[in-house]
Ligand binder design. Structure first.
Ligand code: CO
Ligand code: CO
Length: 332
């Protein structure tokens, strides 16, 4: 059984359909949105994973930023968080304190509070959070609204899966991947604010299924298709060097049924760059579909502010058989 099969079991569960449930995993979302009153819905999400960097406080920051991200992807505001800890018996608890300190720092930066948590003994360290936020249902940024002609905006570069694999193998040190570490620690909140000021058709965040996998979920949910312009996609420094040394992790989306509707039509693009488009990201950027007239101003605002390497990386189209087409370069 692969990770794709695991995911399908969760997605295939019989979910109770109540009118208050505005959106959920059923619609391809990573967060559930439940209506409380006319102008108020709660947004809930959870995520946790083993360490991907050596420094414990940095791991805590990354895990928290990653868990908060699905609230931002929905256009929501995080309010409360609960720590989730798996800890090997006998391991130095000072390390755990550092992880929790890093996590708390990010939750405070987000303007939210930690209200509790749960811990178990386990063979391997794991840390993350469940997060609850609120959103005005009228301003919710669902994954499903992309329209043909929309531009695709990505707020952070790709390559954290490849770089984390290289770090584990000892081929890079944390000092060699500062850009990626800073990016994983960065909250998607300021970027989400910029997106909501402009108003976007659809939004999600890029995590375990990589750019192509999450884009596939977006276009399937919206019954549209998309072109990705490989030369426009920002990558972290050293990503391609490390991919060339064989540091590409398991590309989960390539094992899923969605891969059948992806076409690679990029003969001039390095196949390692194509692989990076599938690289599973931790605390990746927001991916939004934006009306073409709004894209340039939005990119300007993002680059001048929280996301110096934000880019327009493709375009929503109306194809149906091929959902995601990867091209060499921009083609409007
Ligand atoms: Co998630
Ligand atoms: Co997500």
């Amino acid at each position: 059984m692969g990770p794709g099969d695991l995911e399908q079991i969760l997605q295939g569960l019989p979910y109770d359909d109540v009118p208050e449930l505005l959106t959920s995993v059923r619609d391809g979302e990573d967060a559930g949105v439940y209506l409380l009153s006319e102008r108020l819905a709660i947004v809930q999400t959870v995520d946790f994973f083993p360490p991907i960097v050596d420094d414990p406080a940095t791991f805590g920051r990354i895990a928290a930023a990653n868990a908060l991200s699905d609230i931002y992807a929905m256009g929501g505001r995080p309010l409360t968080a609960m720590n989730l800890v798996a800890w090997p018996c006998g391991l130095d608890l000072g390390v755990l304190e550092e992880i929790l300190r890093g996590g708390r720092e990010k939750v405070r930066e987000a303007g939210a509070v930690i209200v509790g948590g749960h811990s178990i003994e386990d063979d391997e360290i794991k840390y993350g959070m469940s997060v609850t936020g609120v959103v005005d249902p009228e301003r919710m940024t669902a994954i499903s609204g992309a329209r043909p002609g929309d531009m695709l905006v990505l707020t952070k570069p790709l390559g954290t899966g490849i770089l984390a694999t290289a770090l584990k193998a000892g081929l890079v040190g944390e000092a060699d991947m500062n850009e990626a570490i800073d990016s994983m620690c960065a909250l998607n909140g300021p970027a989400a604010d910029a997106l909501s000021r402009v108003g976007v058709s659809a939004c999600t965040d890029v995590t375990g299924f990589g750019l192509v996998g999450h884009l596939y979920s977006m276009v399937r949910a919206g019954a549209v298709a998309t072109d990705i312009w490989a030369s426009e996609v920002p990558l972290f420094e050293r990503t391609i060097d490390m991919a060339a040394l064989g540091m590409v992790p398991e590309l989960r989306f390539k094992e899923s049924e969605g891969f059948g509707s992806v076409e690679v039509a990029a003969p001039r693009t390095d196949p390692l760059v194509v692989d990076t488009l599938f690289d599973p990201q931790t605390s990746g950027g927001l991916l939004a579909a934006v009306a073409p007239g709004d894209a340039e101003a939005l990119i300007g605002e993002l680059r001048a502010g929280p996301c110096p390497r934000a880019a327009v990386i493709g375009k929503i189209t109306d194809g149906l058989e091929v959902r995601v087409r990867i091209l060499d370069r921009r083609r409007d």
